[in-house]
Ligand binder design. Structure first.
Ligand code: ZN
Length: 421
């Protein structure tokens, strides 16, 4: 049976590589040969043709003559150019600008002929350029066995497919692509989303009960404020310059923390097999948290942006939803009341008695609100449930534990609704 590209589920597992100094220079040379190869392909094909095979017959020989790319990589460079030209044409059709691509980012594409994954040895072998041997590199994976990457290794269902090598901040990373055929079960109707609540004490809390604390950010903010206060007291031009440098360092630090939170949110979505990540609309967060202490609006925007591109690289969608009583609705019985919040961090339902962390309760409500709208939408994304740590919830059908779940946490498990309330 021929399976077309659309008949696969696709996921990406990102891992750092441990590369020796010799291999490192081979990979660098491969990167520049790859950039030249893609550029040749796009220069030749631009406004001429767009299909992989047409570009290949037009550019393959020139790539082989003018770069050190091995044959399969010359073919992949033509495919890369084809993909980029197609997206330029699509942008133009949407009335947007699209200029001819240039290849400057330090990446190389791989496929099953140029890359071999040895999951049990946690190693990969990569074709380099010219007649050079392949490079063997160790995958630097999380120590704990529940790194989300492991679920794709040694799996009967997931097979390695197109992947990309990246060089970033002095390290090599492999974005390992995996795919599995879509089965005949209606997967488009039981897709899963992860709800995420953004806040001040916890930057983010997921519907799977993962908490990303804002302590580090708030602490740094206080430290930087203290330094700034001291500097302002001096009032000299020198102090002013130092002040600007300090603010720059603070932004860098905040971005660094937000990147790691974004990675954590995407990893959480992958761990629970979600198809999408749902946030509340940013305008509404601003209204709900009028006294947010740090640059929350800036930080939330950044976090949303980081999650969006990291999720996209992993084949997940990101969407926002307008709030529906995000903070004062009981996620377990649906009761809405303002007396549900005895303290800022605690949610306690006055109808069913559900007591929970307020942000965690909100994360479930955000997912729930999105799914409700999905059901009414004619062009939905085919998601119908949201992920908890111990199971999934369908807004109109309720809670279903994972078949392989250990024991459900009491905070996770919706109680039956009281008929008389
Ligand atoms: Zn309740």
């Amino acid at each position: 049976m021929v399976v077309s590209a659309d008949e696969y589920h696709r996921r990406t597992a990102i891992t750092r590589l441990s590369v020796s100094a010799d291999d490192e220079s081979l990979l660098r040379e491969t990167v520049s040969a790859w950039q030249r190869g893609c550029q040749i392909a796009v220069d030749k094909a631009w406004q001429q043709c767009r299909s992989k095979s047409d570009i290949q017959s037009l550019a393959y020989d020139t790539i082989r003559e003018n770069t050190s790319l091995a044959s399969q990589h010359a073919i992949l460079a033509c495919h890369q150019a084809a993909g980029n030209i197609k997206s330029c044409l699509a942008r133009k059709q949407d009335g947007k600008k699209a200029s001819k691509p240039t290849y400057t980012s330090p990446t190389v594409a791989y496929d099953s002929r140029t890359m071999t994954l040895f999951p049990d040895r946690e190693q990969v072998s990569l074709t380099t350029h010219g007649d050079h041997a392949r490079v063997q590199a160790d995958l630097v994976l999380p120590d704990d066995a529940d790194g989300y990457q492991y679920q794709y290794f040694n799996s009967d269902q997931w097979e390695p497919t197109e992947s990309t090598l990246h060089y970033r901040d002095g390290h090599w990373y492999l974005h390992l692509g995996f795919r599995k055929p879509k089965t005949t079960e209606p997967t488009t109707e039981n897709g899963t989303v992860l709800g995420v609540d953004l806040g001040v004490n916890e930057i983010a809390v997921t519907s799977t009960a993962r908490f990303f604390s804002a302590d580090r950010l708030n602490h740094t903010r206080r430290e930087f404020e203290r330094v700034r206060g001291d500097l302002q007291d001096y009032g000299t031009r020198n102090a002013h310059r130092t002040l600007e440098a300090v603010s720059g360092r603070e932004d860098e630090h905040v971005k660094h923390v937000l990147h790691s939170v974004a990675n954590g949110i995407v990893a959480e979505a992958l761990r629970y097999n979600c198809d999408g990540i749902i946030f509340e609309e940013l305008d509404d967060i601003r209204n709900r948290l009028p006294d947010a202490a740090w640059h929350s609006e800036w930080a939330f925007n950044r976090l949303y942006e980081y999650v969006t591109y990291k999720a996209d690289a992993s084949g997940l969608f990101v969407a926002t939803t307008a709030p529906q009583h995000t903070s004062n609705r009981c996620a377990e019985c649906g009761f809405v009341s303002d007396v549900n919040r005895p303290t800022r961090d605690t949610f306690e339902c006055s109808r069913c008695g559900n007591r929970n962390h307020a942000d965690y309760n909100a994360a479930k409500n955000i997912a729930n609100a999105y799914l409700r709208r999905e059901q009414q939408s004619s062009r939905g994304r085919g998601v119908s449930q949201y992920a908890l740590k111990s199971g999934v919830v369908m807004p109109d059908r309720g809670y279903l534990p994972y078949s392989d779940a250990p024991v459900a946490e009491p905070t996770d498990k919706p109680k039956p609704v009281q008929a008389n309330s």
